[in-house]
Design a protein around this ligand. Structure first.
Ligand code: NAD
Length: 479
């Protein structure tokens, strides 16, 4: 089937009639076409957004809230259909799409539909000067939202919901690798009564469609989630044009395990934090550091559990590990396993491609655990973004803290300990935007979300997102 752009509330073919193949990762077959939209399509999307802006920016927050909550309800009502589409497009297990991706996309709309009714600006009485200052929080205008392939609808809606709630109009682009659920979303927006032109979705390659969005002179803000190299390129193009920028980029997150932790809970969660979504979550704890006294036991128990994970077709409800998202990505991850071997990494389990019966051309890989002895090796420093983790022992807090921080990234970290003082010390010293203690990926949508160092700039989530998608204006009245 051919996916189309969603512009001004209607589905449109790309003007240049250029199409890209859409692959099903589970069997390696092409199952559809995606527009490779050009500047002209982005211009049409921009014009639709620009025309919708005067009215949408003046729509009451109650009306905006009602529409966003309606979108959320319609997504929930279409859970099965969207989950199947996401699983087929991305290769992720259907069980994950049904319990995480689509419910979270619905929550994003509901959350920001509610949040906008509580969003307030400040006032400052300048006592002694007979003046009152207040702050307006005005929508920016037309904004660009660009998202990656790993959690397609989940991350796409994490951007577009607050942007719409705050009164902006959008030109948005999902990843060309996983366009399907963003395509289906257009229908739901129409059914929910979102005025035409508020949300425009253009599909295509980053270097053509994405590039046209970031260099558009009148798109005033870019909210981007994706790789660090792409983020740096976007900053280079957009910063001299004085666009507002939010960049959520790569990670190489430490998972630090102390001997005093609740062992069983840690073990269960560490399997999840290593391999959920085939390890293709920016928050996965891909560097596991274990206190020496429990290292041997952990190594044995962890590898035993990982070996039990079932690699299989994503639509099989019993599958734990589905297909990687693309052939190119599978090759990249396999190459990293070779790099690790050449660096004297010891493959404790996994490391090989899996041939799933009847789906021999799918992109399957065993969950892989690599023991390393040097934390500065490439496999421990570079983002692999697949079902591959490293493990190594540590002797004390100072040593592990140094290793945790000795990477260019700083997105998240997980800490397993029951020592409160240590928790407080380490949480304040680990260089990351998010620290989970005795849990992983427990999300409260009100909290600030984002990274430091090469993991990006800016924060999403809660009022942070609404602040990003509004411009603060100070009004000072002397009386
Ligand atoms: P990517 O950077 O290749 O692509 C992301 C998006 O950017 C896609 O829609 C792509 O088409 C677009 N793009 C590419 N080049 C562009 C350009 N020149 N101009 C404008 N847009 C362009 O990333 P990916 O491979 O899709 O995703 C994986 C990466 O995303 C990983 O590094 C992962 O860590 C990161 N990620 C980060 C977070 C986070 O919240 N920090 C969340 C998920 C994924």
């Amino acid at each position: 089937m051919n996916i189309k752009n969603y512009i001004n509330g209607q589905y449109e073919n790309p003007i240049n009639k250029e199409w890209i193949d859409n692959y099903c990762p589970a069997n390696g077959e092409v199952y559809g076409k995606i527009p490779n939209s050009s500047k002209a399509d982005v211009e049409n999307a921009y014009n639709a957004a620009q025309s919708a802006f005067p009215s949408w920016s003046q729509t009451t927050f109650e009306a905006r809230s009602r529409i966003l909550i309606k979108i959320s309800e319609l997504l929930e009502a279409n859970l099965q259909r969207f989950a199947e589409a996401e699983s087929k497009d991305n290769g992720k297990p259907i069980s994950l799409a049904k319990t995480v991706d689509i419910p979270r996309a619905a929550s994003n709309f509901r959350f920001f539909g509610n949040a906008i009714t509580q969003f307030a600006s400040e006032s400052h009485e300048s006592v002694g000067h007979n003046a009152m200052n207040y702050t307006l929080r005005q929508p920016i205008g037309v904004v660009g939202c660009i998202s990656p392939w790993n959690l397609p609808l989940y991350l796409f809606t994490w951007k577009i919901a607050p942007a719409i709630a705050a009164g902006n109009c959008l030109v948005a682009k999902p990843s060309e690798v996983t366009p399907m659920t963003a395509y289906l979303l257009g229908e739901i927006c129409n059914e929910a009564g979102l005025p035409k032109g508020v949300l425009n979705i253009v599909h295509g390659l980053g270097t053509t469609t994405g590039q046209a969005i970031i260099e558009h002179p009148d798109i005033k803000a870019i909210s981007f989630t994706g790789g660090t190299i792409t983020g740096a390129h976007i900053a280079k193009v957009a910063a001299p044009m004085f666009k507002k920028l939010s960049l959520e980029l790569g990670g190489k997150n430490p998972n630090i395990i102390f001997a005093d932790c609740d062992y069983n809970d840690m073990l269960e969660t560490t399997v999840r934090s290593s391999f959920s979504n085939q390890g293709q979550i920016c928050l996965c704890g891909s560097r596991i550091f274990v206190e020496t006294s429990i290292y041997k036991k952990f190594k044995k128990d962890f590898v035993e559990k990982v070996k039990k994970l079932k690699v299989g077709h994503p639509s099989d409800e019993s599958t734990n590990i589905g297909a990687l998202v693309s052939k190119t990505h599978l090759e990249k991850v396999l190459n990293y396993i070779e790099i690790a071997k050449n660096e004297n990494g010891i493959i404790l389990c996994g490391g090989e491609q899996v041939i799933v019966k009847d789906f021999e051309n799918g992109y399957y890989l065993e969950p892989t655990v690599i023991e390393v002895s040097n934390d500065e090796c490439r496999i421990n420093q570079e983002e692999v973004f697949g079902p591959v983790v490293t493990i190594m022992p540590f002797n004390n807090e100072d040593e592990v803290l140094q290793m945790a921080n000795k990477v260019k990234y700083g997105l998240s970290a997980t800490l397993w300990t029951n020592d409160l003082k240590r928790t407080m010390r380490m949480s304040s010293q680990i260089q990351a935007g998010i620290i989970w203690v005795n849990t992983w990926m427990m999300r409260d949508l009100r909290t600030p979300f984002g990274g430091v160092k090469a993991s990006g700039i800016g924060r999403e989530g809660g009022f942070e997102a609404l602040r990003f998608f509004t411009e603060a204006k100070n009004v000072c009245i002397k009386f």
